[in-house]
Design a protein around this ligand. Structure first.
Ligand SMILES: [Zn+2]
Length: 493
């Protein structure tokens, strides 16, 4: 799952009604069959997770030996199941390159000048970062934007240092907006030392970015205490108060700022792995399954004995579900439409592998009838409600809701599901008009997902011990019946 977090309404028509009727005729199999199925699916998934989340795979960090082992494993499983390379590029069989830049912060400096008073912010309370080798703003004008971003005009912020107040969950999107409007640099002011420590911990580790995306943004962080010292307590308190006023307007401060950041950069090539199960009716479209294979490698606190982030739930479990589903789809009967299987890289650094896939897809994106993403799937027990991420954003709603009803499950907490929309790979596809959704027992209720997020998410404790697969098997069976329908021209024209 990613830390941050316009659909096209193409093929929706009355024909869906017919597809629903056709779906009603499908057989469901006997009870003992389904019990045997359940046991074998669970055991196959557990086998995949055990391998992918093992010490040997080293936490599956892009660009490491763990990447090579992971891709070999996924290719082996898909190939055995009858899939062929889906890259549509003989020069890159199975593996589609994702060119990345690895950045490691080296040093930074933030300084303010008010009249003749010059204040260098102490390094314990401030830091600046760039994805480029070196970025410097010398004596730049400062625009205080409070908690605003969208309402700030391009003219006001262009070429200036934007000084903004942090708000949990909102800050990354605000920075993106302000950089988009041409801010020369941004300083985010965080409330307390703990926040600044977290910011530093995140940024002072190696970062990954796409080579194709701009890397020279200059982002700084400072504690409120450091700002008060630099601008004067009275001035700072007045600014804080003004940010809360309903008629707040950005103000240019009577101060200038100098920000410098230096980083080490190195290019690496990671890979998405793409397989294809050819359909019997070429040109009739495709179903896309996707799951990110990457995780953080060593990532726990340096004082810990075990620092390996195995990523058993995030996202060995999603890959395991995808592989077992792909195998079952290939083993029983043929499909009219192609089925593509995409294992993405560098999701953990901002959905980068999927961005690379969407920029250079091996098939026309408009030919994708439906895309299903599997991320962090192994949390709930059997019979848990289905978190439906992407409801209302694609023409798939009716077919999906019907399949959920048929599986005797309920749709989960919709507000919760919405919160994950932009934090998963499907979001990139959705923005390109691909009907992409997540259907997951893991995102059906806060009772299921919250304990994981607070105790194991992105920590060494996300390993295979005590992993729960009941809900994931339910999810697999739901997808299997849904995809059999969507891959059929007669049942989903
Ligand atoms: Zn994650």
């Amino acid at each position: 799952m990613d830390r941050r977090m316009k659909a096209a309404w193409g093929r929706w028509s009355l024909l869906v009604g017919l597809a629903l009727l056709a779906g009603a005729c499908s057989s469901t199999g006997s009870l003992s069959d389904s019990k045997a199925d359940f046991t074998s699916i669970e055991s196959n998934m557990r086998g995949h997770i055990t391998r992918l989340a093992s010490e040997e795979f080293g936490g599956r960090r892009p660009g490491t030996d763990g990447e090579a082992l992971t891709l070999d494993y996924i290719e082996g499983e898909l190939s055995r199941a009858g899939y062929v390379s889906g890259t549509n590029d003989p020069g890159n069989f199975w593996r589609s390159p994702v060119p990345l830049v690895r950045t490691m912060p080296v040093s930074s400096r933030i300084e303010f000048r008010v009249g003749r008073k010059r204040t260098v912010l102490p390094t314990a309370q401030a830091a600046a970062f760039t994805g480029g080798r070196r970025a410097l703003i010398e004596g730049g004008e400062i625009l205080f934007v409070g908690k605003q971003s969208a309402s700030v005009s391009d003219e006001e912020v262009r070429g200036r240092i934007a000084l903004m107040l942090s708000e949990p969950g909102q800050s990354p999107a605000r920075r993106e907006t302000l950089f988009g409007k041409g801010a020369a640099a941004i300083i985010t002011v965080v409330d307390d030392q703990q926040s600044i420590d977290q910011v530093r911990e995140f940024w002072e580790n190696e970062q990954l970015g796409l080579v194709s995306e701009e890397q020279d943004q200059l982002a700084g962080f400072a504690s409120a205490e450091a700002m008060e010292a630099a601008l004067g307590a009275k001035k700072w308190q007045a600014l804080l108060a003004s940010a809360e006023a309903p008629d707040f307007a950005p103000t240019v401060l009577d101060a200038t700022g100098t920000i410098e950041a230096v980083s080490e950069r190195r290019q690496i090539t990671s890979h998405n792995l793409i397989g294809r199960l050819p359909g019997t009716k070429p040109g009739s479209g495709a179903i896309l399954l996707l799951a990110h294979w990457d995780h953080f490698g060593q990532c726990g606190d340096e004082s810990l004995e075990d620092r390996l982030c195995n990523g058993a739930v995030d996202n060995a479990s999603g890959v395991a579900l995808m592989l077992e589903l792909a195998r079952r789809l290939a083993s029983k009967g043929q499909h009219d439409r192609d089925i593509y299987v995409l294992a993405t890289s560098a999701e953990e650094w901002g959905l980068l592998g999927t961005k690379a896939f969407a920029e250079n897809p091996p098939l026309p994106l408009e030919s994708v009838v439906a895309a299903f993403n599997f991320d962090t799937v192994a949390l709930a027990g059997r019979g848990a409600p289905v978190g439906f991420v992407g409801e209302g954003k694609t023409p798939l709603d009716a077919v999906i809701l019907d399949a959920i009803t048929r599986s005797r499950r309920e749709v989960g907490d919709r507000e919760l599901a919405d919160q994950f929309l932009q934090r998963q790979d499907g979001w990139i596809l959705l923005q390109k008009g691909v009907p992409a959704v997540v259907l997951s027992s893991a995102l059906g209720s806060r009772e299921v997902v919250d304990p994981y997020l607070t105790t194991r998410y992105h920590r060494p404790s996300d390993d295979i011990d005590g992993i729960e697969l009941g809900g994931a098997v339910d999810d697999l069976l739901l997808h299997e019946s849904l995809i059999r329908r969507l891959a059929s021209i007669a049942r989903y024209p």
